[in-house]
Design a protein around this ligand. Structure first.
Ligand code: ASP
Ligand code: MG
Length: 400
C-alpha cells in the first residue's frame, strides 16, 4: 500500500490511514506500506534549501528531502501501534533499496528485502519511507518527485506481492481530467501500455517511472482513493480475451513549449547537429516534426518542457549560422491534446475523427504525432480544454 502526501497530510489523516491499514491486516492481508512526506513537505524542504543556498549539492539535497518521508513513516507507525497493529518504520536504506549514485533522481538497482521479510514473518507491518534508497557509494539517495510510487512498485516486485495499491487523492484514472470534463468516468482497468502513453501525454498520476517498472516486472497496480476507499483503476497486462476500447482517455498537457528552426538547408547532418547540441544540454525533446519545402529548405519544429525553452532557444540560436537557418521561433503558448486507446491500432479512421472534431471546434492543429495507441495534436494553449471536452464527447467516453 502506497500513501501519497495528501493522504497523510495531517495527524487526523494519518490516524485514518492507520485505521484503514489495521482493517486490512485484520482481514488477513500481509501489508507493506510505502509512505510519502506529509502534505506539501517536500515542496517546503525544496523551498527552504533555495532560501539557504544557491548551490544545493545533490548529496545534501537528498539527505534533506528524504527527511520528509522519515518523519511520516515514524508517525504512521505510532498511529498503527495505537490501533493495535505492530509496525516498524524503515528508511529506504534499511529496507534494502540499493540505487545508483545519481543524486536527486536516483534509480533503483536492487532491493534486498530481507529485513522486510523478517518483519512480515514476525507479524509486523513494515512502513518504508518512500522515494529513497542508499547508493552503491553508501550515500542516501532520493528517487525524484513522485518516487514513492516507484518505491511501492519495487517493494511489491521484490516481495512478490499480489498487488501494489496506490492510494492517492483521486479515486482512480479517469477518461479525462474531471476538473475539465465533469462527465469523465473512472476507468475500471487499463493496460500498462495505455497508462504509459497517458502519463507521457501529461496524466500526472501515477508517476511514469513506476508504471514502467510495474510493466517490466508484471506488478499489478490498483490506483485508488485514500479518502473514499472505493475500488479504483486496475492497471495490468492487456487481457487478450477482452475487446480493447478504441479510445480509453483524453489527456492534455500545458507544460510544453514549441520551437521552430526555420529555413534550414535540406541536407544530411542538420538535424543531427541540432539535436546533439540540445542533448548535450540535457534537454528532453518530445515531439519532432520536419518537412521539406519545395524550395529545398526545411522547417524543424519540436517541443520541449516549458522550463527548458530558454535554454533550447539559446542552443538553437547559437547554431543558426552554422546550420544556415533563417530564423528560430519560440512559442510557449501551446498545449498538447492526446487520445489514447489500445484498440486504436486495429481500427482505421480514429485520426480522421480526431481531426474532424478539432476542425468542428475551429481549433487549428499545429503539429501531430502518433504511436500505435496514441494520437497527439499541438494546439493553442488556451484551446486545450475546449479540445478535451469535444473529444471526450465525440468518442463517447462518458458512457459505459
Ligand atoms: N514526497 C516526494 C514528492 O513529493 C515523493 C513522493 O511523494 O512520491 O515528490
Ligand atoms: Mg508527493
Amino acid at each position: 500500500m502506497k500513501f501519497g502526501g495528501t493522504s497523510v497530510a495531517d495527524a487526523e489523516r494519518m490516524r485514518t490511514v492507520a485505521d484503514y491499514i489495521a482493517r486490512s491486516v485484520r482481514r488477513g492481508n500481509r501489508v507493506v506500506v510505502a509512505i510519502s512526506a506529509m502534505g506539501k513537505e517536500t515542496d517546503d524542504l525544496l523551498h527552504l534549501a533555495g532560501q539557504v543556498s544557491d548551490t544545493q549539492p545533490g548529496r545534501e539535497m537528498d539527505m534533506l528531502i528524504t527527511a520528509g518521508e522519515r518523519k511520516a513513516m515514524a508517525l504512521l507507525c505510532m498511529a498503527l501501534h495505537d490501533v493495535g497493529v505492530p509496525a516498524d518504520s524503515f528508511t529506504g536504506s534499511q529496507a534494502g533499496i540499493i540505487t545508483d549514485t545519481t543524486h536527486t533522481n536516483a534509480k533503483i538497482l536492487e532491493v534486498r528485502a530481507d529485513r522486510l521479510r523478517e518483519a512480515l514473518e514476525a507479524g509486523r507491518v513494515p512502513v518504508v519511507g518512500g522515494a529513497q534508497g542508499v547508493s552503491t557509494m553508501r550515500d542516501i539517495t532520493f528517487l525524484g518527485r513522485g518516487g514513492t510510487d516507484t518505491t511501492a512498485v519495487a517493494l511489491a516486485q521484490a516481495l512478490d506481492a499480489d498487488a501494489c495499491e496506490i492510494y492517492t487523492d483521486v479515486s482512480g484514472v479517469f477518461t479525462a481530467d474531471p476538473r475539465v470534463v465533469p462527465e469523465a468516468r473512472r476507468l475500471k482497468r487499463l493496460s500498462f501500455e495505455e497508462m504509459l502513453e497517458m502519463t507521457a501525454a501529461g496524466c500526472p498520476k501515477p508517476a511514469m517511472r513506476s508504471v514502467e517498472f510495474a510493466r517490466n516486472h508484471g506488478v499489478r497496480l490498483h490506483v485508488r482513493s485514500a479518502f473514499t476507499w472505493e475500488p479504483g483503476t486496475w492497471i495490468k497486462e492487456e487481457d487478450p480475451d477482452m475487446e480493447q476500447a478504441i479510445v480509453s482517455a483524453v489527456v492534455s498537457d500545458n507544460s510544453e513549449a514549441k520551437l521552430t528552426v526555420a529555413g534550414v538547408p535540406d541536407r544530411p547532418g542538420i538535424a543531427a547537429r541540432l539535436f546533439r547540441a540540445l542533448a548535450d544540454r540535457s534537454i528532453n525533446v518530445d515531439m519532432i516534426e520536419q518537412n521539406v519545402s519545395l524550395a529545398g529548405t526545411t522547417d524543424i519544429s519540436f517541443t520541449v518542457p516549458k522550463s527548458d525553452l530558454a535554454t533550447a532557444r539559446e542552443v538553437s540560436v547559437a547554431l543558426q549560422g552554422e546550420i544556415g537557418a533563417n530564423d528560430v521561433l519560440a512559442d510557449p503558448d501551446i498545449a498538447t491534446v492526446s487520445i489514447v486507446g489500445a484498440g486504436m491500432k486495429t481500427h482505421p479512421g480514429v485520426s480522421a475523427t480526431m481531426f474532424e472534431v478539432l476542425a468542428g471546434e475551429g481549433i487549428n492543429i499545429e503539429m501531430i504525432s502518433t504511436s500505435s495507441i496514441r494520437l497527439t495534436c499541438v494546439v493553442r494553449g488556451d484551446l486545450s480544454e475546449k479540445a478535451v471536452v469535444a473529444l471526450h464527447r465525440a468518442f463517447k467516453l462518458d458512457g459505459e
